[in-house]
Design a protein around this ligand. Structure first.
Ligand code: IPM
Ligand code: MG
Length: 359
């Protein structure tokens, strides 16, 4: 059966990097991948065209798709929009929430070729392979009540950090299963010394543990986890945490690998429908210059093939192609030690495509 894929380029460097990833997707189609690819607007681009960051038509197409490939959203042009519900980021959050994409997988893998691009010493990061499992549709990002209002003559801003047992259990199971397929070590990150919601988080993780006797569960406070990530990151294998802590820790983990420009992500719902996107943002400062790194988006296509389209051989082929271009010394500026690039966005896409064809 032909499966639908929706490409949402978004803003900033989004269109440039998804263009390269779409070429790889087309190459997979030529190799027999039975998909139909459509494009739609999201984020600031959708706001400019339709006055909404997530137009109804885009949401409908997203619901009908088996998988979505998203570039990035946001930029200074829209940062001053008073109405928060119109900001580009709301397009992304709306997709996550409406499709129930609660399970966010953010792998941080150091390509040995890039060890010198990391800000940490090579011996600290060599061989690094962490999987951050971030809860994506709950926590403080979505908790009610929220707002900014006048109280006693001044404005007060507030959000609500809330998780139900079932939400914690659902993401906990994703993490335990991931850990049992990997090195069987799971670290749950919380702030149980201060926040009730994460006392419950810890309790639920503990309650699940006996169901996964092969997995060794540990707990860490988020401040310590941030420190340990930059001190001795190889102590971690799978980490599981809530929405906001996961947002922060995954950026830190990404940078350990040399560049956030290398890291893909998957956001999955209960039926395996998924949205795939690079972990980095829209990088408005370098948009339109053909210098952004398309590899995280290309690797997101590989994750899509693996997790939503059941095509692991094509996924492995893409990953091998990326390894090959790195072996050949091709670098966008973000993955060099000195910041001097050897290839443009499009040339990197050309090279991955050529390596893919050679596999
Ligand atoms: C991410 C991003 C988003 C988030 C923003 C763009 C809303 O930082 O995917 O990590 O905070 O989740
Ligand atoms: Mg983030």
């Amino acid at each position: 059966m032909t499966q639908k894929i929706l490409v949402l380029p978004g803003d900033g460097i989004g269109p440039e990097i998804t263009a390269q990833a779409s070429r790889i997707l087309a190459a997979c189609q030529a190799r027999g991948l039975d998909v139909e690819v459509e494009e739609a607007l999201v984020g600031g681009a959708a706001y400019d065209a339709h006055g909404e960051p997530l137009p109804a038509e885009t949401l409908q197409k997203a619901k009908e798709a088996r998988a979505i490939l998203l570039g990035a959203v946001g930029g200074p042009k829209w940062d001053t929009l008073e109405d928060l519900s119109k900001r580009p980021e709301k397009g992304l959050l709306g997709l996550r929430k409406n499709l129930g994409l609660f399970g966010n997988l953010r792998p941080a893998i150091l390509y040995p070729q890039l060890a010198s691009a990391s800000s940490l010493k090579p011996e600290v990061v060599s061989g690094l392979d962490i999987m951050i499992v971030r809860e994506l549709t709950g926590g403080i990002y979505f908790g009610q009540p929220r707002g900014i209002e006048e109280r006693d003559g001044e404005r007060v801003g507030y959000n609500t950090y809330v998780y139900s047992e079932s939400e914690i259990e659902r993401i906990g199971r994703v993490a335990f299963e991931m850990a049992s397929k990997r090195s069987k070590k799971l670290c749950s990150v919380d702030k149980a010394n201060v926040l009730e919601v994460t006392i419950l988080w810890r309790e639920v993780m503990e309650r699940l543990a006996p169901e996964y006797p092969d997995v060794d569960l540990s707990h860490m406070y988020v401040d310590n986890a941030a420190m340990q990530l930059v001190r001795a990151p190889k102590q971690f294998d799978v980490m599981v945490t809530g929405n906001m802590f996961g947002d922060i820790l995954s950026d830190a983990a990404a940078m350990l690998t040399g560049s956030i420009g290398m890291l893909p992500s998957a956001s999955l719902n209960e039926s395996g429908q998924g949205m795939y996107e690079p972990c980095h943002g829209s990088a408005p400062d370098i948009a339109g210059q053909n210098i952004a790194n398309p590899l995280a988006t290309i690797l997101s296509v590989a994750m899509m093939l693996r997790y939503s389209l059941d095509a692991p051989a094509l996924a492995a082929r893409i990953e091998a192609a990326v390894g090959e271009v790195l072996d050949d010394g091709l670098r966008t500026a973000d993955i060099t030690a000195d910041g001097v690039m050897t290839v443009s966005t499009a040339a990197m896409g050309d090279a991955v495509l050529a390596a893919f064809e050679r596999q």
